[in-house]
Ligand binder design. Sequence first.
Ligand SMILES: Nc1ncnc2c1ncn2[C@@H]1O[C@H](COP(=O)(O)OP(=O)(O)OP(=O)(O)O)[C@@H](O)[C@H]1O
Length: 254
Amino acid sequence: MTTEAAIISTKGLNLYYGDNHALQEIDISFARNRVTALIGPSGCGKSTLIRCLNRMNDLVDNVRVEGEILFDGEDIVSPRTDVVEIRKRIGMVFQKPNPFPKSIYENVAYGPRVHGIRDKKTLDQIIEKSLKDAALWDEVKDRLHASALGLSGGQQQRLCIARTLAVEPEVILMDEPCSALDPIATAKIEDLLEELKKRYTVIMVTHNMQQAARSSDYTGFMYLGKLIEFGETDQIFEAPREQLTENYVTGRFG
Ligand SMILES: Nc1ncnc2c1ncn2[C@@H]1O[C@H](COP(=O)(O)OP(=O)(O)OP(=O)(O)O)[C@@H](O)[C@H]1O
C-alpha cells in the first residue's frame, strides 16, 4: 500500500453482477495528486472497480455492492450519498471519445450550466481555462462554436477531458482513455497526465503496459476479480512480488 495520503480507499469491497462475483475483497488506496493505473487481463474487473468509485454501477441492473469506499473520509457506498455531487467531484473520461453533438463551447459549458453557472463571462473563463488545461485551447480557440464532431479522435478525447475539468473535480477516472487513439494522440494525453496530476488525482484503466509504466506512479494488477498486487509502478514492472503479476507484465498471458 502507498504511504502517501489517500484520497479514496476501498475496504473489503465486493461487487456482484447477479451471481457473478466480479470484485472480491478489494482493499486499495489511491494517493492524492498521483496517477494510479489498473492493469490486468480482459474481464478481471478493472472497469467495474473504477465505475464503483463514482457510482456508475448504479446504472446497471442487478448489481450488489458490499464493503466501504471512503472518499475524503465519507463512505460513498451509502444510499445517503449524493450521487450527483460525487460525480461532480469524481469525474470520468471514457474509452471512446463521446462529445455531445454540439459545439466545442457547448460541450465544455454543459457541466457548469448543470451546476447553475449562467453568467456568460464566467462561462467563457471556465471554457478557456478548461481547454487550456486539457492542452486543446490553441487548436480550437478560433472555432469554439464549430461542432465538436469535426475534431479528430485525439482532439475529441482532450475535449472530453476539458468537459470533465470544467466542473472542477478532485479525481478523474479514465477508462482506457487512449485505446481508440493513434500513437501521436496517445502521447499528447500522456503528456497531459503529467500536468493534470499536479492538481488532480488520476485513476486510469489501461491495457497498454507501456502506458502504465510510462504514465503512472502506482499500479494495481487485477486478476479474476481480485487485486493481486499493488505498489509503485517501477516495483510492479521491475520487481513484482507475485508470480501472476510477473507473468502478466512480462507478457506471458493476457
Ligand atoms: N454491466 C454488466 N453487467 C453484467 N456483468 C458485467 C457488466 N460489466 C462487467 N460485467 C462482468 O464483470 C466482470 C468484470 O468486467 P470488467 O468490464 O470490469 O473487466 P475489465 O477488466 O475492465 O475488462 P476489459 O479489460 O475487457 O474492459 C466480467 O465477468 C464481466 O463480464
